[in-house]
Design a binder for this molecule. Structure first.
Ligand SMILES: Cc1ncc(COP(=O)(O)O)c(C=O)c1O
Length: 408
C-alpha cells in the first residue's frame, strides 16, 4: 500500500491530495481505475476525477449560457474540487458557515456565494454578511426578519414548495412556501429595506422527469405577477438542483431538461425572460466519482435464497442515500464475467438498518469472496459528505482526487 493523503469533510483538515494520475496515456480513458490499480488504496475510499467535474461544468455552461451556475457544495465538499470549480468561474450554493469558509479558503469571491439554506441561525446570517455574502434564500418571516436586521440591504430570493414527483430523493415539506406567501414575503422584504430579487424552488434531487421544471417555473411566474401588483419586481428565477447522475435507472440527457426549462420559461414569462440561477450538485460530481469497497464476507442466507454480500462501505460511512433504496449505484467487481446470482448487499456495522439493497434486484458473481473489490460507480455525490465521524469505529470516507486531463 502506498502512503496516500486524502481529504475529507468540509474543511482542509488533512493535507493535500493523493493527486494526479501518473503515466496517463491516451489509450486509457479511465483515470480513476488507473489510480486504483496503481496505488491500491486502503478501502473504502472515494476517488474523484476533476477533469470529469470540469467537463460537466462546461457542458452545463454551454447548455444554459445565461444562467449563473452555483455548485451545491453539500454534494461533495472536497476542497480540491471546490478549488477547481473556482478556477472554472463557478458560483456556489452554500448551506452553512463551514461551507462558506471552505469556498472562501479556496479562493471564491464572497459575492459568488448564495446562502441557499432557508434554515439558518441569526448569528450565521450575520457572520456570512460580515464575510461579504449578499445573497440569501428565505421562506419564512422569522428568517427574513433576521436577514433584514443583520444583513441589511442584501438580496433575498424566496423558495416555493413544488411537486417533487419523479425525484428519487424528494424534499418532502421541509422547505418552501406557497406562491402567495412568497409574494407576501418578497413585498415584506422590500419594506424591510432588502432587495427582493427572485424566486427559487427545488424539483427534488435525482429528478428523472424533465417536465418537473414546469411546476417550479410556473409557480415563480405567479409570484412575479403577485409581486408586480404591489410594485415589487423580482428579476431572477433560481432553478435549484435536480439534474441527475447515472445510477441503475437511466436518466434523460441534459438536453431534455434544458428543453423543458426553455419551454416552461417561454410559456410562463414570454419575452420577459428572468435572470437564471441554477444550483447543480449531483449532476456536476456524481458521475465523476468511484467508491472502492472491499468484500468483508459472503454468507448464505438462513432461507437458502440469496447470498448476503457484506461490504466495508455501508449506510453510515458513505452510502446514506441507499436509505429506502432510493439511489441504486451501478456496481463493478474484480470478478465480473463469472456466473452471477442474486444477492442482498449490506454494510459492515452492527446495525440492522445497515442493509443497502434487499428489495432491489442485484446480482453479483458467485465467485465473489472476502477481500475482493466492489466498485460503486457514479458515487461522487452525497457519499463522503454524508459519512459519519465514526459510527461503530469506522472512519469517515476518505476522498482522493485525480485529474484525467493532467499530463505526467
Ligand atoms: C438548496 C439546494 N440547492 C441545490 C441542491 C442540489 O441538488 P442536486 O444535487 O439535486 O443538484 C440542494 C440539495 O439538497 C439544495 O438543498
Amino acid at each position: 500500500m502506498t502512503d496516500l493523503s486524502a481529504t475529507t469533510g468540509v474543511t482542509d483538515r488533512l493535507s493535500g491530495t493523493a493527486q494526479q494520475e501518473p503515466g496517463r496515456d491516451n489509450g486509457n480513458p479511465d483515470p480513476i481505475r488507473r489510480f486504483l490499480d496503481q496505488y491500491n488504496p486502503e478501502t473504502p475510499c472515494l476517488v474523484m476525477d476533476l477533469a470529469h467535474v470540469r467537463k460537466r461544468y462546461r457542458q452545463l455552461r454551454t447548455a444554459l449560457p445565461d444562467a449563473r451556475i452555483c455548485y451545491a457544495v453539500k454534494a461533495n465538499p472536497t476542497p480540491e474540487l471546490v478549488g477547481e470549480l473556482v478556477s472554472e468561474g463557478a458560483s456556489f450554493d452554500v448551506a452553512s458557515p463551514g461551507e462558506i469558509e471552505l469556498c472562501l479558503a479556496k479562493g471564491a469571491a464572497p459575492e459568488s456565494l448564495s446562502y441557499g439554506n432557508t434554515i439558518k441561525k441569526r448569528r450565521d446570517v450575520a457572520r456570512a454578511f460580515q464575510q461579504g455574502v449578499r445573497l440569501f434564500a428565505t421562506d419564512s418571516e422569522a428568517d427574513l426578519t433576521n436577514i433584514a436586521e443583520v444583513a441589511p440591504g442584501s438580496q433575498v430570493f424566496c423558495r416555493v414548495l413544488v411537486d417533487n414527483t419523479g425525484s428519487k430523493t424528494p424534499f418532502g415539506r421541509k422547505f418552501g412556501c406557497t406562491p402567495a406567501q412568497a409574494a407576501r414575503l418578497l413585498v415584506r422584504a422590500r419594506d424591510l429595506g432588502l432587495d427582493p430579487c427572485g424566486v427559487s424552488f427545488h424539483i427534488g434531487s435525482q429528478q428523472l422527469d424533465p417536465a418537473a421544471y414546469q411546476h417550479g417555473i410556473a409557480a415563480a411566474a405567479r409570484v412575479f405577477a403577485d409581486c408586480a401588483e404591489q410594485g415589487v419586481r423580482p428579476r431572477m428565477v433560481n432553478l435549484g438542483g435536480g439534474l441527475p447522475a447515472e445510477y441503475t435507472d437511466t436518466a434523460p440527457p441534459l438536453a431534455d431538461y434544458v428543453t423543458a426549462v426553455e419551454r416552461a420559461l417561454e410559456r410562463a414569462f414570454g419575452p420577459q425572460r428572468p435572470e437564471l440561477l441554477v444550483e447543480p450538485g449531483r449532476f456536476l460530481v456524481g458521475d465523476a466519482g468511484v467508491l472502492r469497497s472491499e468484500v468483508v464476507l459472503v454468507t448464505d442466507s438462513c432461507d437458502g435464497q440469496r447470498r448476503w454480500v457484506y461490504l466495508d462501505i455501508g449506510r453510515y460511512n458513505g452510502l446514506a442515500e441507499t436509505e429506502g433504496e432510493a439511489i441504486t449505484y451501478r456496481l463493478r467487481t474484480s470478478r465480473d464475467g463469472d456466473p452471477a446470482g442474486p444477492i442482498v448487499l449490506a454494510g459492515p456495522t452492527c446495525d440492522g438498518d445497515d442493509v443497502l439493497y434487499q428489495r432491489t434486484h442485484y446480482e453479483l458473481p458467485r465467485t465473489l469472496r472476502g477481500g475482493d473489490h466492489v466498485d460503486l460507480l457514479s458515487a461522487g455525490a452525497y457519499t463522503a459528505s454524508y459519512s459519519s465521524v465514526g459510527f461503530n469505529g469506522f472512519t469517515p470516507l476518505p476522498t482522493y482526487c485525480v485529474d484525467g486531463d493532467q499530463r505526467p
